[in-house]
Design a protein around this ligand. Structure first.
Ligand SMILES: [Zn+2]
Length: 250
C-alpha cells in the first residue's frame, strides 16, 4: 500500500525482507507495473547471485548491495558501483584490513579473512582495529567505474558463531544457554541450521537426546519445547524451531 500510494522509487531494506516482498507480489498476482520501484538498496545481510537475479526479475528493479555495521557509525562502509563486481570500501572514512582471525596477522590481497576496520573521520566514537567478525577478501583489480577505492568481496560468512537472520544478529551460545535453562537439556553439541519457510528465514536447532527420552517424557517435552520456542522469539526476535534428534543423526 505504501509503495503504491507514495509511488516509492527506492526501497532500502534487508535481502530477506525484499524476498518476502517479491514472494507476496508473486503469490497475490500483483501487477508489478503499478509500482514506481526502480532501486533496491540491500543492507544488513549479504545477497547471493540467485536471489539478486530473482529480485531484479520479480520486482523490475536494480539491486545495490551495501555493507554497514551498527557498531560502526556511518556513512556506509562499503557500497556497489555500476559494475556490481564487489563492494568499494569508503577508504576516505575507514581503513580496512583483512586478518587471520586465529593469529591476528594481516593477510595479503585475495585471501579470505576477518575484516578489521579503523575509523578515520569519526570523532565521538572512534574505533581502532575493530574486529567485525565478517569474512571478506580484497579483490585486486581495477574497477570499470574508474574508482580507485579498494573492492572487497563479502558473502555474509562469519569468522565466529554469530548468526545473521534478516539483519538481526544472535550468538549460537545465547540460544544454547536459553535452551539449556528452559528445557534442562544439554545443548552444547547441538547443530544449527538456517532454513526458510515462505521466504522467511528461521533457525532450526537439533538437540541430541539419548534413546531413553523417547518414551513417556516426550509429550511433556513437547509442551516445554513450544514454550521455549515462544520465549526465544520474544527475547531474540528470531523464530527458532527446536528439534530433538537421536545422537547418531547429529
Ligand atoms: Zn566500481
Amino acid at each position: 500500500m505504501v509503495l503504491r500510494d507514495y509511488k516509492t522509487s527506492v526501497l532500502i531494506t534487508t535481502p530477506s525482507s525484499a524476498l518476502q516482498l517479491a514472494n507476496y507480489v508473486r503469490k497475490n498476482g500483483i501487477n508489478i507495473n503499478i509500482f514506481e520501484l526502480k532501486t533496491l538498496i540491500l543492507a544488513g545481510e549479504a545477497i547471493g547471485n540467485e536471489d539478486r537475479q530473482a529480485l531484479e526479475e520479480d520486482l523490475h528493479v536494480t539491486v545495490w548491495a551495501h555493507y554497514g555495521l551498527s557498531e560502526v557509525p556511518g556513512p556506509a562502509i562499503a557500497f556497489e558501483c555500476n559494475a556490481h563486481e564487489g563492494l568499494h570500501m569508503n577508504e576516505d572514512h575507514f581503513l580496512p584490513e583483512i586478518i587471520d582471525p586465529a593469529t591476528g596477522s594481516v593477510l595479503g590481497d585475495g585471501q579470505f579473512g576477518e575484516l578489521v576496520l579503523t575509523t578515520l573521520t569519526t570523532r565521538a566514537f572512534p574505533l581502532i582495529r575493530f574486529k567485525t567478525g565478517d569474512k571478506a577478501r580484497v579483490i585486486k583489480q581495477s574497477c570499470l567505474c574508474g574508482r580507485e577505492l579498494s573492492l572487497i568481496e563479502w558473502q555474509g560468512d562469519r569468522t565466529d558463531d554469530l548468526i545473521n537472520i534478516d539483519g538481526v544478529k544472535v550468538h549460537k551460545k545465547q540460544i544454547q544457554l536459553s535452551i539449556q535453562s528452559l528445557l534442562d537439556l544439554p545443548s552444547d553439541t547441538s547443530k544449527f541450521l538456517i532454513k526458510k519457510r515462505d521466504e522467511k528465514k528461521y533457525i532450526e536447532v537439533w538437540i541430541p537426546v539419548n534413546d531413553l527420552i523417547f518414551s513417556d517424557e516426550i509429550k511433556e517435552l513437547e509442551t516445554l519445547i513450544q514454550r521455549a520456542e515462544n520465549n526465544l522469539l520474544e527475547n531474540i526476535g528470531i523464530p527458532v524451531a527446536i528439534r530433538l534428534k537421536e545422537k547418531r543423526m547429529i
